[in-house]
Design a protein around this ligand. Structure first.
Ligand code: ADP
Ligand code: MG
Length: 347
């Protein structure tokens, strides 16, 4: 265990960021709990990377404030905050060894502040510590060019963690890895989060990652936070149609509601009825268009005048085929109702 002081609480108030005419952040209010694993999701261009850069201190916001552990840090530079960031295109120094890459920031710190900066021995100890934590112990003498993609990824993480940040910001760090490495890296991140005890803020476009790993989920759109809370709460009670369809895959089905607005349900919450079987709850009727085999079942796209919908069939359910009519029942408790403006209706 490297350190565990349960620091790293973030409070963002009215955060805005403009680049000329572009509004990248449009009044972000957000509380990030100390020690949380917070995932940030949202469509491309909604401001996720900008948010992380402002949190790290690499860029000063146009307006609003950032507090870390109750202290205002809005005007502070990156080196003055206990915040570290791993970029999507983490660039390692190609001419330096793994050890050199990991220790680079600490060596700078030592040079700038001979009195309070780390000693040479302390630097060596800390590099050794994070190298062990990330399984890089045997690679410390190698150059980045002699490493696999997954190993380079771990060096980038080590370089951030060695500074002992209270907050670790990760911008889509796993997107460059192939499926098997990704799965390993996810497990690694969860373990790392436990061991370093820092607040972790992860930007991801991966639904599975966001829902399965995070303790807190933040959904952004057009430079704003549209909903934040435990993943399960956002999945089960999305506040808007946007969150309903953005969180979870396949996306929530939405069809026209008789009383105006729209009616939604998760593809796994519908059940195909046998011919003549009476429905309980809501009934959606359509024609099977496409059947996609998923290994554990079938994702079935159905056409319907009220709106197309997807049905997830599992092992043991009746296999459907394109062209056949289909009647799908959804229990009332599994229905989501939204008004004309796309807001969740009470109840
Ligand atoms: P995301 O990471 O969610 O895809 P970004 O934070 O990268 O979104 O970008 C948000 C918006 O701000 C986009 O419209 C993007 O083009 C714009 N933007 C980001 N950085 C800059 C910059 N340095 N200069 C000008 N526009 C920028
Ligand atoms: Mg980005």
């Amino acid at each position: 265990m490297i350190h565990r002081d349960h620091a790293g609480e973030l409070r963002l108030t009215g955060l805005t960021m403009r680049y000329g005419p572009t509004v990248a952040l449009d009044g972000v209010d957000l509380h990030v709990r100390a020690g949380s694993f917070t995932a940030v999701v949202g469509p491309s261009g909604c401001g996720k990377s900008t948010l992380l850069r402002v949190l790290s201190g690499l860029e000063a916001p146009t307006g609003g404030t950032v507090e870390i552990d109750g202290r205002g840090v809005t005007g502070q530079r990156a080196g003055e905050r206990r915040v570290a960031m791993v970029f999507q295109d983490y660039a390692l120094y190609p001419h330096m060894t793994v050890a050199g890459n990991i220790s680079f920031g600490l060596r700078l710190q030592a040079r700038h502040d001979r009195r309070n900066g780390p000693s040479r021995q302390q630097i060596d100890e800390r590099v050794r510590e994070v190298a062990d934590l990330l399984g890089l112990g045997a690679l410390l003498g190698r150059k980045p060019g002699q490493l696999s993609g997954g190993q380079r990824q771990r060096v980038a993480l080590a370089r951030a963690i060695v500074r002992r940040p209270a907050v670790l910001l990760l911008d889509e760090p796993l997107s460059a890895l192939d499926a098997q490495l990704r799965a390993d890296a996810r497990a690694e991140l969860l373990r790392l989060h436990r061991e370093i005890g820092a607040t972790l803020v992860l930007v991801t476009h991966d639904q599975y990652e966001a829902l399965s790993m995070a303790t807190d989920l933040v959904v952004m759109r057009d430079g704003r936070v549209v909903q934040a809370g435990p993943p399960r709460e956002l999945y089960e009670r999305p506040g808007t149609e946007f969150v309903a369809t953005f969180v979870g895959a396949p996306a929530m089905n939405l069809v026209a509601d008789r009383g105006g607005g729209r009616l939604g349900w998760r593809p796994a919450d519908g059940r195909a009825l046998e011919p003549g079987q009476a429905p309980e709850g809501f009934l959606a009727e359509g024609v099977v268009e496409v059947c996609a085999y998923t290994g554990s079942g079938q994702d079935v796209l159905c056409r319907s005048p009220a709106g197309d919908f997807v049905l997830q069939q599992r092992e043991g359910d009746r296999w459907l085929t394109p062209g056949e009519p289909v009647r799908v029942a959804v229990p009332d408790a599994r229905l989501h109702r939204f008004d004309e403006a796309g807001r969740r209706r009470a109840g």
